[in-house]
Design a protein around this ligand. Structure first.
Ligand SMILES: Nc1ncnc2c1ncn2[C@@H]1O[C@H](COP(=O)(O)OP(=O)(O)OP(=O)(O)O)[C@@H](O)[C@H]1O
Ligand SMILES: [Mg+2]
Length: 537
């Protein structure tokens, strides 16, 4: 029997057959729009009986659940550490997040940090400017380190735990950890001077700092501060004079070191960069729990101070991670895994010439094993707006070297620069451009609605097609990240309940403690939350 005879024939229409979408003509029910068939999702256990009509999803299911694939609705899991360690999808456990402000870059990173914490990986937020991460880290039982004018100090000459670690280690491992600590301190002093002057120190000054730090380590008992380094430079010990090439003349030495001395005095005297770096660290970092450096009370107008504090946090944090890894390598401590978050990268890069190099030096880890990194910035143009071509090339390298690049809504002007580093199809580019559309006005309230692209991201790994995903926040996350007026925190950090009257006035009604559930308000008897369906009865 031929295939043709199988098709239905309508005898009332002269034995003709319908067209693929029905009978043409009036009353025939011809469909101009072909509806897509309904799709359902289920686990392999549930849908195996439907074989061969089930199809697998394209998105990897390894890592922290992020949200749903915008095109297929499938669950999408992704984080740099799982994709590197378990799925072997990326070549190094790092990611770079790009996107216009307010579209949820910090939120997707926060989700990854939360999920990874569940896998036993400690999130380390090295500098939280908003604060975006403080509440999460607090909720995870982590350590919050306050930094700011009059709010806490971070001694840039503090070798942290590396000194004790060096005593426990031997041979090459000890030398490596000492060299690392020395390098970080020198980089930090040079970086602070770069920010103060908006230009890097000269080669000669760098050599002087290097030698002065070595002299300081030999001379000084305990932990030195910047004032002690200044003292060494002023004391003019022979070794420092030698590298300064003063040719035996103290006058010449004074001339050579004048600029350096002035910069150090500026740092010590609480000048533009404040006293944050010149006193002993008052809250050392604990490596066995999540940590956030809360630097949110530094005003946005103090761009240099923000950059300096962020750099200092990165230096301190990466130094601590290096120590922890070295001790684990030697079998002296359990191996801990970290997810290091560097938000608002552009603020540091902009603060002065040569800072790209410092960031590169500070954030490079000898042992990448088990340490994931997330860098967050706005646009490629931010990175490419740097004044000097070599800085621009290196800044581009941060994106190029990242295992995965996650892009939110971006302007069209950005595409040329972006596609140079991350290959993208026309379709993908249009998607990103669409996500940065401005939000609609809500005519009822007169307020702006949420931007259409908020929470939408394209996950790109190398030249593969990107996976578009929407980050859906859970109720718990919304609470942690609450900007709702009804809950405020009192001076001691406890939640306060605030009642908002119709005329907009607010009144604190009662104080509750999160520690004591008995103090929480009794549930309203008129509502009952049903766990199964999640609806109020
Ligand atoms: N997926 C989402 N669903 C709902 N709200 C979201 C989502 N993602 C982000 N938001 C909300 O959008 C606002 C901005 O988010 P976020 O701070 O993460 O943006 P950002 O891209 O980091 O901004 P910036 O560049 O200014 O740091 C926050 O109030 C956040 O709660
Ligand atoms: Mg942010």
């Amino acid at each position: 029997m031929s295939k043709k005879t199988k098709k239905p024939v309508d005898p009332t229409r002269g034995g003709r057959r319908p067209m693929p979408r029905g009978w043409p003509g009036m009353g025939g029910g011809y469909s101009t729009y072909l509806q897509a068939p309904a799709e359902w999702r289920g686990t392999t256990v549930q849908v195996c009986g439907l074989w061969p009509f089930a199809a697998g999803t394209g998105s990897p299911m390894v890592g922290v659940p992020i949200g749903r694939n915008i095109l297929s609705g499938a669950t999408m899991c992704c984080d740099p550490i799982s994709w590197f360690m378990r799925a072997k999808l990326i070549s190094n456990p790092s990611m770079f997040v790009l996107g216009k402000p307010g579209l949820g870059k910090s939120t997707i990173t926060r989700r990854m940090a939360l999920g990874l914490a569940g896998y036993g990986i400690q999130p380390l937020v090295l500098g939280d400017l908003k604060p975006d991460y403080k509440d999460l880290i607090e909720a995870l039982g982590g350590q919050v380190i306050q930094l700011g004018r009059g709010r806490g100090h971070l001694n840039v000459l503090d070798p942290g735990e590396s000194r004790e670690a060096a005593l426990r280690l031997t041979g090459k491992a000890r030398e490596a950890i000492q060299a690392d600590a020395h390098g970080r301190r020198q980089t930090m002093v040079s970086a602070l001077i770069s920010i103060m002057r908006s230009a890097p120190p000269t080669d000669r000054e760098e050599t002087i700092i290097d030698e002065a730090l070595k002299v300081l380590d030999e001379r000084f008992q305990g932990t030195p501060v910047l004032r002690d380094l200044l003292q060494v430079v002023q004391d003019a010990p022979d070794r420092v004079r030698n590298v300064a090439l003063d040719r035996g003349s103290l006058d010449r030495y004074r001339q050579i070191t004048e600029g350096l001395e002035a910069s150090l005095i500026g740092l010590v005297g609480g000048g533009r960069l404040g006293e944050i770096f010149s006193e002993q660290t008052d809250n050392p970092m604990q490596m066995d729990r999540p940590v956030v450096f809360d630097v949110s009370n530094i005003d946005d107008s103090e761009t240099n101070l923000q950059a300096a504090v962020l750099l200092a946090c990165w230096s301190y944090g990466f130094g601590a991670v290096a120590v922890s890894q070295a001790l684990a390598d030697a079998g002296l401590e359990p191996r801990r895994h970290y997810f290091v978050i560097l938000d608002e990268l552009w603020r540091v890069l902009r603060a002065g010439r040569g800072l790209v190099d410092r960031v590169d030096a500070l954030t490079r880890l000898n042992r990448q094993r088990g340490v994931g990194m997330a860098m967050i910035s706005h646009t490629m143009s931010d990175l490419l707006a740097l004044e000097h071509p070599e800085d621009r090339m290196k800044a581009k390298g941060f994106v190029e070297r990242s295992g995965m690049v996650i892009c939110g809504g971006l302007p069209r002007a950005e595409m040329e620069n972006l596609t140079e580093v991350v290959p993208m199809s026309e379709e993908e580019q249009n998607m990103l451009i669409g996500w940065q559309d401005p939000p609609a006005w809500d005519p009822a309230t007169g307020e702006e609605a949420a931007p259409p692209g908020r929470g939408n991201f394209l996950v790109k790994v190398g030249g593969r097609p990107g996976i578009p995903v929407h980050v859906g926040l859970t109720s718990v996350e919304r609470e942690i990240n609450d900007t709702n007026k009804l809950w405020r925190t009192g001076a001691d950090g406890r939640p306060l309940k605030v009642e908002v009257a119709d005329d907009g006035t607010e009144e604190v009604v009662e104080e509750y403690s999160l520690d004591d559930p008995a103090l929480l308000p009794p549930p309203d008897p008129s509502t009952r939350v049903v766990a199964r369906t999640g609806v109020d009865e």
